[in-house]
Design a protein around this ligand. Structure first.
Ligand code: ADP
Ligand code: MG
Length: 321
């Protein structure tokens, strides 16, 4: 990316994770990748064993005690699912599993099967015991899926890990979640430059560049994991009311925030709310910024005080207020 930087990469969490530092630091890089592995092992539902899988496998049978970070993340995700009046739902697993979007064997499931799975995704049926750190899924077949927030949570932990290693400048990309630490040395104003992909571009074209310092940037979009069938696009964020992928005016939502977990939560919440409702919310939350890419090729920049957006793709127009 820049000449005076050191980049470390590994394939983790089904994506390429890259860490860019201003000075070589093998120890810090090693600790970062080990931490990601350790957390992925606890949180994943894409393997047969993990702490979250042990909860899912005991659904309808018994409660499972999990480690403090897993419990705390589930607790936060349940709060968002219950109190936000949004599409965000940590119990979405049974739908994710039948659609398999982004994985081998993806397909449009039968309407009957979708209806059946909708009975298994009520977040109220997740019983938490804060004293025992235990989680009980009341109905057999229920599944917790933390896919919408795991990377955000992990990115925030990585920031702490790097600080413990006395690393205060750098950039980490978890594939869709980018965390910038401090400022960059290559930009005269100290901004990190983070590319925002042009939706559906096959050759990694950018719609623009986001310039920030010390912020998390999280993007949720319909173009990362999807499939086409009969001219219809099916992507990986579901409407828990219908059981089908959310369908609205948006191509993607990018959140610029201090906490990456918060960015990950809001990228999914705002994706479901759409531009108007999200803009109203953002008016009252000036510490959060967002970039919405719309299917009609406009870009809406909300609370642009925390970042600079340099548009590259001429197909898109910036929406005037
Ligand atoms: P990614 O970084 O993989 O693109 P996102 O943060 O956009 O992920 O979240 C998408 C993932 O969240 C899906 O792959 C699925 O695991 C999960 N998910 C899908 N629909 C919902 C929903 N309505 N609420 C919460 N999580 C969801
Ligand atoms: Mg998300």
């Amino acid at each position: 990316m820049v000449s005076s930087s050191y980049e470390y990469t590994q394939t983790l969490m089904g994506t390429t994770v890259s860490l860019t530092l201003l000075e070589p630091n093998e120890t810090a890089a090693h600790t970062v990748f080990q931490t990601i592995k350790m957390l992925e092992d606890k949180l994943t539902v894409n393997r047969s064993l993990s702490e979250v899988m042990s909860i899912n496998l005991a659904a309808g049978k018994h409660a499972v005690t999990v480690s403090q970070p897993v419990f705390s993340l589930i607790e936060q995700a349940q709060k968002v699912s219950l109190h936000f009046n949004s599409c965000f739902n940590l119990a979405i697993g049974p739908l994710v599993k039948i659609w398999k979007i982004g994985f081998k064997g993806y397909k449009v499931p039968s309407a009957k099967l979708i209806k059946q799975q909708l009975l298994l995704i009520d977040p109220k049926n997740i019983e938490l015991n804060a004293n025992k750190h235990s989680v009980f899924l009341k109905k057999q077949g229920m599944e917790i899926d933390l896919g919408a927030i795991a990377k955000g949570y992990i990115a925030d932990v990585i920031k702490l890990v790097l600080h413990e290693q006395q690393v205060y400048q750098g950039i980490i990309n978890l594939g869709g979640n980018v965390l910038t630490l401090g400022g960059s040395l290559t930009d005269k104003n100290g901004y990190w430059h983070v590319g925002l992909r042009k939706p559906f571009s096959t050759n990694d074209k950018l719609s623009g560049i986001i310039k920030v310092k010390n912020k998390s940037i999280v993007t949720s979009g319909i173009y990362e994991r999807f499939f086409m069938q009969n001219d219809h696009l099916y992507h990986h964020i579901f409407n828990p009311q219908t059981g089908y992928p959310l369908d609205n005016e948006l191509e993607s939502v990018t959140i610029i925030s201090d906490s990456s977990l918060e960015g990950d939560i809001y990228s999914t919440v705002f994706y479901g709310w759409g531009l108007d409702k999200s803009s109203k919310y953002l008016q009252k939350h000036q510490n959060l910024s967002a970039i919405f890419l719309l299917k009609n090729k406009t870009i809406a920049l909300i609370n642009p005080d925390n970042f600079i957006f340099q548009k590259i793709d001429t197909q898109y127009k910036i929406k005037a207020d």
